[in-house]
Write a protein that binds this ligand. Structure first.
Ligand code: ZN
Length: 240
């Protein structure tokens, strides 16, 4: 998510959407981030009773933090989903290859992390090309920078062959609130079918790296299985 750089107009629109959409959703689950717009047609959780969740990492790949995240996932035998930035992907093709070789999924997080997504399709395609060049696979899920997406953008993304994937549990690691707080933010809000937001790039992710192992252990202690976004989607009882 990185820093919020929003025009006043955009902020007002976002707040209005948040109040309308958030009000409805808050009945079911407490809202975990002000940037989250769970518009109809976006994918932010699986409808399932099964204790299964998906860990997602945004803003990488990062030459320092992504390998640390991958090492922990490998040691714990967890597969996750990485929403990469095209420009970071282009600079770190070997890391991208490692992500895929170790069984993880790659999602599209735009090219430059422009919150307003002024060149939405171009950036999405550029990122997809960078991922394809490094790994031979295409991206399927798209996560808009900051989680902001308008209905028009949603339609455009769909037409471009992607599904908008948001999240339902925000670790808030982007605030660097301390390792324990990151673990608590996940464990207090987790539920069957949740998509969990974390970050492996964009800024120093030392706290995320330290919190990841304890999060995996705590989730498993509660009986949760950790899967990729595509796997989670196959368990959704209301697939559209
Ligand atoms: Zn981001």
């Amino acid at each position: 998510m990185r820093l919020y750089v929003l025009s006043r107009r955009k902020l007002v629109i976002s707040l209005l959407v948040l109040i309308t959409v958030g009000g409805l959703f808050a009945v079911q689950h407490s809202l975990t981030t002000p940037s989250l717009v769970r518009a109809p047609g976006t994918y932010y959780k699986a409808n399932t009773q099964e204790k299964v969740v998906a860990l997602t990492f945004d803003d990488g790949p990062d030459p320092i933090d992504t390998p640390s995240v991958l090492d922990i996932l490998k040691e714990k035998e967890v597969r996750a989903t990485f929403f990469v930035l095209g420009e970071a992907a282009q600079s770190n093709p070997i890391l991208l290859k490692r992500i895929v070789l170790e069984g993880h999924e790659i999602g599209n997080h735009s090219f430059k992390h422009d919150y307003q997504q002024r060149h939405l399709v171009e950036e999405m395609n550029q990122t997809d090309q960078a991922v394809f060049a490094a790994t031979g696979t295409h991206t399927y899920f798209y996560r808009p920078p900051g989680g902001f997406v308008s209905q028009n953008q949603l339609d455009t993304i769909k037409k471009n062959g992607h599904i908008v994937a948001l999240w339902s549990v925000d670790s808030k690691d982007w605030r660097n609130p301390g390792v324990k707080q990151i673990v608590d933010n996940v464990m207090r809000n987790v539920f069957p079918g949740a998509i969990i937001l974390m970050h492996d790039g964009g800024y120093q992710r030392t706290q995320t790296v330290k919190a990841l192992g304890p999060i995996i252990v705590a989730l498993r202690d509660q009986g949760y299985r950790l899967v990729t976004l595509s796997e989670l989607k196959t368990m959704d009882s209301e697939i559209k």
